[in-house]
Design a protein around this ligand. Structure first.
Ligand code: HEM
Length: 133
């Protein structure tokens, strides 16, 4: 897959994750199972697509420390998003009843801010990994 195809595919993944995420927020709690699953599955598919890309690139060259740093940052942001999203859905069905309001607010805040960090960090990571092709 060419550099441009990778970038465009990643952009399309992010576009649909954001659209389904805003849709999910707007329809509110209890979350629609359909929209929730669409959002979750596109998020996971994007993660798998990016991991496959990383593995492919790694077969062609050893990674430099700056590439490993960017990659690790992106992966941590994705893991945090999946965790916060999962916790929000648990909270929406009455779970986390013993968690304080500030803990719940923090979880929601993570899932509001981290998507933008994910776009930024993924863009930097792809630039560093694919930029020399
Ligand atoms: C795969 C696991 C994920 C789950 C279970 C999940 C779950 C959720 C839930 C429950 C909401 C609604 C939050 C609300 O009520 O305001 C939401 C919104 C959203 N999600 Fe996710 N999400 C996941 C992954 C991601 C990823 C990987 C991204 C971005 C890279 C993302 C971006 C967004 C955005 C932009 C919103 C809208 C937030 C806003 O209103 O500002 N999600 N997600």
């Amino acid at each position: 897959m060419s550099f441009t195809t990778k970038i465009v595919s990643t952009g399309v993944f992010f576009l649909f994750i954001f659209l389904s995420g805003f849709w999910l927020s707007r329809t509110g709690k209890p979350y629609s199972g359909l929209i929730f699953n669409i959002h979750k599955l596109i998020g996971l598919a994007a993660g798998v697509f990016l991991i496959v890309t990383v593995v492919q690139v790694h077969k062609t060259m050893p990674f430099r420390p700056v590439q490993i740093a960017a990659l690790t940052t992106s992966m941590l942001i994705f893991v945090a998003l999946v965790a916060a999203g999962g916790l929000q859905s648990i909270e929406a069905t009455g779970g986390l009843a013993n968690a304080s309001q500030s803990v719940r607010n923090s979880i929601a805040l993570v899932h509001k801010v981290f998507p933008y960090l994910a776009v930024l960090s993924t863009a930097v990571t792809l630039y560093l990994l694919l930029g020399r092709e």
